[in-house]
Write a protein that binds this ligand. Structure first.
Ligand code: TXA
Ligand code: MG
Length: 351
């Protein structure tokens, strides 16, 4: 049985206590963070941690992120962390920023047996209080079935996990809508494993840290020996077949839209087709007479990122067989958006 609780100002502490109680008994809780909803277990309870993998259908070699509420927890679960990295996390936490460091006192199951651990302190008042109340770090991947788009609303987690977890906390839509930036600090220079809300450009300008951006972050390439085990698998994918259309520089959006229209026309007669567009191009698709949804304006990449996973799920709800999506420029938050779209896509067309 899954209990679903709506969070509001009046029941905040009551729900915090209920959630930490469930976790302390080895249960699983879907909880809000500022990025996406997480599927949490007490990180020191190996049976509960193993259950996360079963419930998600997650491959056992794909490690989880450990969520903490204070730096004492970080000192305990990590080891040999350079002062430079401590300075960085002191400045960036709580926030959508995950560091991979050497693993200290925490069961190897959370890290799929690796000698490293991924850690972050989430910037959501509920998540922080729940972890604090439990007194243990919380291991939590995104609260979706493996391979599906990450949940940015409780409804998405309910869709995927109802009946398989003890408690789902509904706190409305998440702030960023894409998962945290993951950086491996066991390498020098540090390596960007997953782009997120905090961009390499921002890290450079605010903290002066140089981060290596490997090719796999930008490309939909198959990597033989992935650095982050999560990279091996197709991710974020809607049920429908997703065709991503990329332009060289996105200077001429009419050209981009024309290519999308051509592809749509190719499939229209035999399949139910939908288009994911931007505010700037929406009007160019009206004549197609098919479902068209916008991610938002190209001038506001935060909104595009926030709506990304939700729109993919909405297209599935409309019952389309094929989704054609516009791409975005690879800069700043655009890199994060394109990383997700390329992993979700069945096919990428360059114009
Ligand atoms: O925003 C987020 O990070 C969300 C919320 C719930 O906090 N969590 C999340 O977790 O996205 P998950 O499990 O869906 O993604 C974790 C990513 C995976 O790509 C995984 O391979 C990588 O982090 N990862 C975890 N531990 C690692 C490690 N020790 N070394 C390298 N990569 C690691
Ligand atoms: Mg995930």
């Amino acid at each position: 049985m899954t209990k679903i609780v709506k969070l509001d100002e009046s029941n905040f502490m009551e729900v915090v206590e209920e959630a930490s109680e469930v976790l302390s008994k080895g249960g699983l809780v879907v909880f809000p963070t500022e990025t996406v909803y997480g599927l949490g277990a007490d990180a020191y309870n190996t049976e509960a941690v193993k259950r996360i993998f079963h419930v998600k259908g997650r491959p056992f070699d794909n490690p989880l992120i450990v969520h903490i509420s204070d730096l004492e927890m970080f000192y305990r679960i990590s080891r040999d962390v350079p002062d430079k990295v401590l300075d960085i996390v002191r400045r960036l936490w709580p926030g959508p920023f995950t560091v991979v460091v050497y693993r200290g006192d925490i069961p190897p199951e959370v890290s799929a047996g690796l000698d490293t651990v991924a850690v972050r302190m989430p910037a959501h008042p509920f998540a922080l209080k729940m972890i604090e109340c439990l007194g243990h770090p919380v291991a939590a991947p995104s609260a979706n079935k493996s391979g599906r788009p990450s949940p940015t609303k409780a409804e998405h987690a309910i869709e995927d996990l109802k009946g398989e977890v003890e408690l789902i906390i509904d706190a409305g839509e998440t702030l960023y809508g894409v998962e945290s930036t993951v950086i491996d600090f066991t390498s020098d220079p540090p390596i960007l494993l997953r782009p997120g809300p905090l961009t390499p450009e921002e890290l450079k300008s605010s903290l002066g840290i140089e981060i290596h951006i490997p090719d796999f972050v930008k490309k939909a390439v198959k990597v033989d020996r992935p650095r982050s085990p999560g990279m091996k698998y197709r991710h974020y994918a809607p049920e429908a077949r997703l065709i991503l259309v990329e332009s060289k520089d996105y200077k001429d959006l009419k050209d981009l839209a024309m290519a999308v229209v051509d592809i749509a026309k190719k499939y229209l007669n035999s399949y139910k087709v939908g288009v994911l567009a931007s505010d700037e191009t929406m009007h160019l698709y009206r004549d197609l007479g098919i479902p068209i949804l916008s991610y938002g304006s190209r001038s506001d990449l935060y909104t595009i990122a926030k709506n990304l996973f939700r729109r993919l799920r909405e297209m599935d709800s409309l019952g389309v067989d094929i989704i054609i999506t516009e791409g975005f420029r690879d800069e700043g938050l655009g890199l994060t958006i394109m990383n997700r779209l390329r992993k979700a896509a069945s096919e990428i067309i360059h114009i």
